[in-house]
Design a protein around this ligand. Sequence first.
Ligand code: NCD
Length: 308
Amino acid sequence: MSLKGKHLIDPGDFTLTELNSIFQLAEKIIENREDFSEICKGKILATLFYEPSTRTRLSFEAAMLRMGGKVLGFSDANVSSAAKGESIADTIRVISSYSDIAVIRHPKEGAPKLASKYSAIPVINGGDGGHQHPTQTLTDLLTIKRLKGSLSGHRVAFCGDLKFGRTVHSLIKTLSRYPDNKFVLISPNELRLPEQIKEILKKDPNFEIVETEDLESVLDSIDILYMTRIQKERFFNEADYVRLKDSYILDKNKLKSAKKDMLIMHPLPRVNEIAYDVDDDPRAVYFKQAEYGVYARMALMALLLGVN
Ligand code: NCD
């Protein structure tokens, strides 16, 4: 099995064995980062970000720099030739001769996939519209594996914007491929998980989903609580966003009924959905999760480049 030369557009592009090989390598890197500090010497990562990002872009950059490689790219479509009307197909054709691997974030669903068809180098989807965010899923799964010991047998709740939240779409689809995970979906009625994703989950004969609008009523039964931000930029009108933005605010008081070993995760950025008084609760792991994002991306790039 080799991931060398592959693209990562959707977490479903990789088998569970391939995903596990990424986690295994990431764990080796965590144990001994120095051993990996030169493995990408001479390699260049291109970061093509047509949408805002802090963690995804910088953790990719940190990951490449920590492996001894170099980075080029842009973080604003307005400073790239996209502003002049260049297609993503032409951009990636050219970038393929400037770099060895590329990560693309784009507001249009499917843009990284289209780019991958014209690319001579591995393309990684860094988030495409409200669709998928596979490297956040690698980050999330590595976090769960490290902190819970396994990727199966969990009751996982997703709370917030399940309609537009691409991190949710990628993570729930992937967790459903591991045995015995059960899901609780907590969202306002208008922001429920899209039907086409539920259809995919229903293919599992042991499929179990509870849907509710009420976070507090289910909090005591959850192993992993995945909080998300209401995705302001995907709303058609401001008034709907304003009405829904504070639907859920997790605070210290609400956590009294939660399990003592529940994980509180969040892909970040947080806006209002987790009060600051939760941050020092030992169950709050979202900053640890952001740190694991660097190791997940190091392992992914090393395997796609075939340098591990
Ligand atoms: C997420 C994203 O961009 O989808 N952020 C991230 O990559 N960590 C989540 C979000 O923006 O809400």
